[in-house]
Design a protein around this ligand. Structure first.
Ligand code: ZN
Ligand code: ZN
Length: 298
């Protein structure tokens, strides 16, 4: 009995809390309520359902090799497809989830295999075939690489790791080049492929237009902040005023900023050139900043 009594009390408390929540929601400003839109309903026939898994028409060993070893995949694939006529149905064969042989070559990250397929009479037609996810071979590879770039499986949890990303490896980039049909890529196109850019506008393959704008605004406000008070403040006051912008400098740098006015002027000039690099659409790295600081450019 006592136990049930406690249980009832707890239920009553939960109900009271829910009621209070409910009342609070009713008091929310009307624009908040308007923001809570009803979930749109999609008619069953308009909803995309991926086709059900179909039996694979590509030989099993070739499919297995595509995730195991690029070299084995290349050997098995060429041996199987070499003697096929261009009208042979095997060219449009798929695995259970709609991947063509070119999708598998992309997953295997084998530039040789991609090259070989694309040189067959019906190879280029495969570039536009979509798998059950709706991806062409190029999109499927980009998706695979993007996952590798951003997520890491640690035991049973997925960890975000894009901040450790340096660049895609050479073979992956070669595969992207071939699937995009880029024979003579420019320097910037190469950086973008290596950096995992899919927008086609990133500076040096890593600085997107949106990020550049944010950094440019930030660099300008840092420059203006560092410039203000340069003439009027004492070294110690100047340092104290701007301390939060200088946290990453070494103790030695902090000391000379406090004691030497020409160092403070140099600091302002440096921040101006970081800002200028970003304004010109250049990566604010050492080369670009030093180029801006060269006397000949003044
Ligand atoms: Zn991009
Ligand atoms: Zn968002």
């Amino acid at each position: 009995m006592a136990k049930n009594g406690h249980f009832d009390d707890a239920c009553a408390e939960v109900l009271r809390i829910n009621q209070r929540r409910h009342d609070k929601i009713k008091q929310l400003p009307s624009f908040w309520m308007q923001a809570v839109k009803p979930i749109p309903q999609i008619a069953a026939e308009d909803d995309y359902d991926p086709p059900p898994p179909a039996p694979s028409t590509i030989p099993g060993p070739i499919i297995q090799a595509s995730t195991a070893s690029p070299a084995k995949f290349f050997r098995g694939m060429t041996a199987h497809y070499f003697f096929l006529g261009s009208a042979d149905k095997q060219w449009s064969a798929t695995d259970g989830v709609g991947n063509t042989i070119l999708h598998l070559a992309a997953f295997a990250e084998s530039p040789d295999a991609i090259d070989w397929i694309l040189k067959r009479p019906c190879g280029t037609g495969l570039l536009h075939k979509r798998n059950n996810n709706g991806d062409t071979p190029l999109e499927a590879l980009q998706f695979k690489l993007e996952k590798k770039r951003t997520r890491q499986l640690l035991q049973s949890s997925i960890v975000a790791c894009s901040d450790q990303f340096e660049s895609y490896d050479h073979t992956a980039v070669q595969c992207l080049l071939k699937l995009q049909g880029l024979k003579d890529p420019s320097w910037n196109e190469m950086r973008r492929l290596e950096g995992g850019c899919t927008c086609g506008e990133c500076v040096d393959g890593c600085l997107s237009p949106r990020m550049r704008l944010v950094l440019e605004n930030e660099a300008e406000s840092i420059y203006l902040k560092l410039r203000c008070g340069l003439a009027s403040m004492s070294g110690t006051t100047y340092f104290e005023e701007n301390k939060n912008l200088l946290t990453f400098l070494s103790d030695y740098c902090k000391k000379i900023i406090k004691h030497n006015k020409s160092v403070r002027c140099g600091l302002v000039s440096l921040s101006q050139h970081v800002n200028a690099s970003l304004c010109c659409g250049l990566l604010p790295d050492e080369d670009n900043i030093m180029y801006g600081l060269r006397p000949s450019r003044r």
